[in-house]
Design a binder for this molecule. Structure first.
Ligand code: ADP
Ligand code: MN
Length: 515
């Protein structure tokens, strides 16, 4: 907002140091500005107008645009909206419960039943499972969904002798078509055709079907847009409420802003509060909000589904709970690492899908990722050996494989490397654990070899150094094959003995695959 900023734009100011352009004495000498006066005028005008607007909107001018957005003071207006939304959600849920009761009453024990599903206000996925009465064993089978009206059985006819009715019968066919409308997307309002014994001709049904499909596609596009917009605002109302409660309880002082918006999570910076429930809140915190939109998580199933620690629970969970499990997993893994003395964020608290941890960085500025920092060769070498060490510790003492280790998930802070982002980390005996480890090794090797660390082991050597295994294959393909063979051996062992090999334990000895 400094008027001198214009000078910085002048090309003839040369590529001098950045501070020069900020120097107030520099301004008069650079009158020969390449852009026209009109440009400058309009730019200034635009700035003025913007300022005016901002002043009108925020009379007390919060100095920085990235000033606190959730504090004790300014939350009220937004929380009114939020509370209203929560109330509405509560109302919708009650409404749906009433619908279900009515549905039950009408259907009774009758084999032919009707469904009010299309009138429900809350889509099954939208309902929060924290207060859930129901867990979906399998989300494809919604227990609320009434049995489909039965028309003709498979063999294609009903009745006997003269009273036989085939599946081509117009009335039966019409009813069947009406019933099949149930299969359209839930947001497609088909009305209560069954209740009024509506009979749809094939022609009409087909036209409707076509329409329903295009509607479905349209609504999917709309939904996508909606998801994007919530990503921009970072959090949904429920998460906002959770965060608000953390501030309100005094655990956090202020939440200052967003550090990162990833596919699976949003990370905020916050200043720690002074109210403590038996624990010390770090002066600066990072809040990782695991996104409750499900799309991105689907392809991560394999990390958690095969993790025996979560195996029993996985099949019983609905998607929302699975996302909470990611947060929980990150917490557990961070705690293990903390106990082993690996530099990593310290867990402060986990609430549903929101994980609060200590902030790596200072004064709201997060420590740079290893990929963004330029280290001198000495530091580079130091970082390499530190990571080698950490990978071994992680494997042997924490019984973990990071599984997403790369220069993107390592921060450089205080002259050392910090590991973050461990929600996907698994135990080495995970069915794909060794493959994940090999991938981690490849990332690390490549990064440091490119970075000029002559001592850096290649990915195969690194793998052996970390795991203590002694795979001798001298090329990538064979190496990978041996890894997979080991994994399979372990899986077979699990199949036969019903438990994991205990040999990936913490004593640091090379695991032995046959007991
Ligand atoms: P994602 O799964 O979205 O990659 P990460 O845990 O890697 O989630 O966090 C995303 C980014 O947020 C990181 O790259 C880092 O810049 C920042 N970040 C995450 N946790 C912290 C922390 N404890 N301290 C500082 N910055 C953090
Ligand atoms: Mn990350």
């Amino acid at each position: 907002m400094d008027s001198v900023g214009v000078a910085a734009a002048a090309p003839d100011a040369g590529p001098g140091p950045a501070w020069q352009s900020k120097c107030p004495w520099g301004a008069p000498s650079t009158t020969s500005i390449s852009c026209s006066l009109a440009d400058v005028m309009s730019e200034q005008l635009a700035k003025e107008l913007q300022l005016e607007e901002e002043n009108a909107a925020f009379p007390e001018v919060v100095a920085a645009a990235e000033g606190p957005f959730i504090t004790g003071e300014n939350i009220d207006t937004s929380s009114d909206l939020m509370l209203a939304q929560m109330l509405q959600m509560e109302f919708d849920r009650e409404y749906d419960a009433q619908l279900r009761r009515e549905e039950k009453k009408i259907n009774g024990d009758s084999k032919v039943s009707i469904s009010f599903e299309n009138y429900r206000k809350v889509h099954p996925y939208d309902s929060d499972s924290s207060e859930d009465e129901v867990d979906w064993q399998d989300t494809r089978h919604d227990p609320y969904r009434a049995d489909k009206p039965t028309t003709t059985p498979r063999r294609g006819f009903i009745g006997k002798g003269k009273d036989i009715t085939t599946k081509h019968d117009e009335v039966v066919c019409g009813r069947k078509n009406t019933a099949r409308m149930e299969n359209f997307a839930p947001e497609f309002q088909v009305g209560d055709g069954i209740g009024m014994d509506l009979k749809l001709s094939n022609q009409v049904f087909n036209a409707l079907k076509q329409h329903a499909y295009s509607e479905e596609r349209r609504s999917a596009r709309l939904h996508e847009k909606k998801e994007h917009s919530t990503a921009e605002k970072a959090v949904d109302p429920k998460t906002r409420l959770l965060l608000y409660k953390m501030v309100n309880s005094g655990m956090l002082e202020t939440i200052t802003g967003c550090i990162s918006t990833g596919k699976e999570s949003v990370v905020f910076h916050a200043y720690g509060g002074n109210v403590t429930e038996d624990k010390v809140i770090p002066p600066e915190c990072a809040i990782k909000v695991f996104k409750t939109t499900l799309n991105e998580f689907k392809n991560r199933d394999k990390y958690i589904k095969d993790d025996y620690r979560f195996k029993d629970r996985f099949s019983k969970l609905n998607p929302r709970k699975i996302i909470r499990m990611w947060a929980e997993k990150e917490m557990h893994n961070l705690t293990r690492m903390q106990n082993a003395g690996i530099p990593c964020p310290q867990v402060v608290i986990l609430k549903k899908h929101v994980l609060v941890m200590s902030f790596i960085g200072q004064d709201q500025v997060p420590a740079p990722k290893l990929k963004d920092v330029t280290l001198n060769s000495e530091d580079m070498k130091k970082a390499y050996y530190q990571i080698l060490n950490m990978m071994q510790q992680l494997y042997r003492e924490c019984n973990l494989v990071h599984a997403d280790l790369s220069e993107y998930n390592m921060l450089w802070h205080d002259g050392k490397v910090w590991l973050i982002d461990v929600s996907q980390s698994v135990e080495p005996t995970h069915p794909h654990g060794l493959e994940f480890l090999f991938r981690d090794c490849r990332n690390v090797s490549q990064f440091f070899q490119k970075g000029g660390v002559a001592e850096a082991l290649n990915e195969r050597e690194l793998f052996n150094a970390v795991s203590g295994l002694n795979i001798t294959a001298d090329n990538e393909v064979d190496f990978q094959a041996e890894i997979e063979a080991l994994e399979k051996m372990n899986e077979d062992h699990v199949q036969n003995h019903g438990k994991k090999l205990s040999t990936f334990s913490s004593d640091g000895d090379p695991p032995i695959y046959d007991e």
